[in-house]
Design a protein around this ligand. Structure first.
Ligand SMILES: Cc1ncc(COP(=O)(O)O)c(C=O)c1O
Length: 451
């Protein structure tokens, strides 16, 4: 998330609906109107005059119908295959299936989602437990598979206890709002994920943001507040692929008596000697107070977790509403996660393979002059910066064999548009080389790199 987005959505509270939506009156058949429509984005349809809650629906619809074929259609493209290194994707603009695209869009960092061991475990669980768990984990939704997976995750993380949520999103929301109250203070990195921001809003605590990865600014933001304080960072920032300096941030937290929560959505299972995450990699696994993560990325499944002391988990069990009042994960999903977790532990070479691939891709892109930002992880941003042309470039990449997601405002700041590339241990050198060549060729046409 961009600096601007978080500062405005939380720190200032609700913006005044002063300006009416900048409504576009355009003729759909007038193609010259499309470039004008592309100047707009979702934020133009957030607040608007009028008393009808539906007032923004028609202008939004009108705008979206124009911008969809011009680039927004690149979101929610249906895959016809598993999220492997090659994917078949439906082109909803031409109704064709584009086959064998090199996939840099999925978070399947260890290639676990389609491993035979994982699929077998899922099949077996479906035979016994059926499709869904049909209940909240507190009531009827917990099976023996859930219990065992809970214990296995706690042992893997080396923590007293773990609690599983339906998603990583709900793990953040439920933990943050479960712990913090009105009158408390939460300070998060300015690039914190939307689920962290939503947890902050829901908690009603006072919210502040510190400059990205800057312990000195965190120090300033924590100063002068007496009361309960929680600091929130991520293990890998998903738009830039960089990581926080945890020892320095922890020092500031201790100085102010603040607790530190880390969201290891993109770093758990891939960073650290045993794959626990960034806190392990930086030697502070035991100092961080609250560990959050997701099973939807490196484990290739679904769900989220919070790990920590038994007392923390006992408390959150009573106060995390996003878990309490939501259906437990399907037992089949849990069975797949158990198999994935076993593979993470039995096959450490997957992590070695991932980091080799990351280094190789960084080199291939650098050699071709592709601007890649300062990533130190498996998430590599390809910086385009041109908010208008990113969709044209995205369309050409898609047509020419690369599946990768464009990211533009408001997900990142204005003029910070980029493609977010995810590298997997499963990519072959051939996949990486083909992908790098296509990217360099297309970007070369736009003068973004020499090729
Ligand atoms: C940093 C971060 N936290 C949380 C989440 C949410 O995880 P999930 O997809 O499991 O809801 C994401 C997902 O993109 C993320 O990037």
């Amino acid at each position: 998330m961009s600096d601007n987005t978080n500062e405005s959505s939380v720190a200032r509270g609700k913006a005044e609906p002063s300006a009416p939506p900048r409504r576009l009156d355009v003729d759909e058949t007038d193609t010259a109107a499309v470039p004008a429509a592309m100047e707009y984005d979702y934020t133009n349809f957030y607040f608007g005059a009028g008393d009808d809650p539906f007032a923004l629906l028609a202008p939004f619809d009108e705008w979206y119908r124009q911008v969809k074929p011009a680039g927004y259609y690149l979101y929610e493209l249906p895959l016809h295959t598993a999220p492997g290194t090659r994917v078949d994707v439906e082109d909803t603009k031409t109704n064709e299936i584009r086959r064998g695209l090199v996939n840099f869009a999925s978070y399947n960092y260890l290639g676990l989602s389609y491993r035979p061991e994982v699929k077998k475990a899922i099949h077996e669980a479906v035979d016994i437990y059926g499709g869904g768990s049909s209940g909240s984990p507190i009531l009827s939704g917990t099976t023996d598979l859930h219990r065992r997976f809970n214990d296995e995750m706690a042992a893997f993380k080396g923590k007293e206890a773990v609690m599983v949520f339906p998603t990583g999103y709900s793990a953040n929301v439920g933990t943050i709002a479960g712990l913090m109250r009105s009158g408390d203070l939460i300070v998060a990195d300015q690039f914190a994920h939307a689920s962290i921001v939503d947890g902050m809003i829901l908690s009603k605590a006072k919210s502040r943001f510190f400059r990205h990865n800057r312990p000195d600014d965190l120090d300033r933001k924590l100063s002068g507040f007496s009361g309960k304080k929680l600091v929130i960072v991520e293990g890998v920032y998903s738009m830039d692929g960089d990581v926080p300096p945890l020892p320095e941030l922890l020092e500031v937290c201790r100085k102010h008596g603040a607790r530190l929560l880390i969201d290891e959505a993109h770093s758990a299972f891939v960073f650290g000697p045993t794959g626990k995450g960034l806190a392990e990699a930086q030697g502070v696994e035991d100092e961080v107070d609250i560990h959050i993560g997701t099973f939807s990325k490196s484990l290739g499944g679904q769900g989220g977790y919070v790990a920590g002391s038994q007392q923390l988990i006992n408390y959150l069990r009573g106060f995390s509403r996003s878990r309490f009042f939501s259906c437990a994960l399907s037992p089949a999903v849990v069975a797949g996660l158990r198999a994935s977790l076993e593979l993470v532990q039995k096959e450490p070479h997957l992590r070695t393979q991932l980091w080799d691939n990351v280094a190789h891709m960084q080199k291939l892109l650098a050699e071709r002059g592709v601007p890649i930002g300062d990533s130190t992880s498996q998430v590599i941003p390809i910086m385009i910066r041109d908010d208008a042309r990113i969709f044209m470039i995205g369309e050409e990449l898609f047509r020419e064999g690369v599946f990768i997601n464009p990211v533009r405002y408001p997900a990142v700041g204005k003029h910070k548009s980029r493609f977010r590339m995810s590298i997997s241990a499963a990519h072959t050198k051939h996949d990486l080389e083909e992908g790098a060549n296509t990217i360099a060729r297309v970007l070369g046409r736009y003068g973004i790199c020499q090729s």
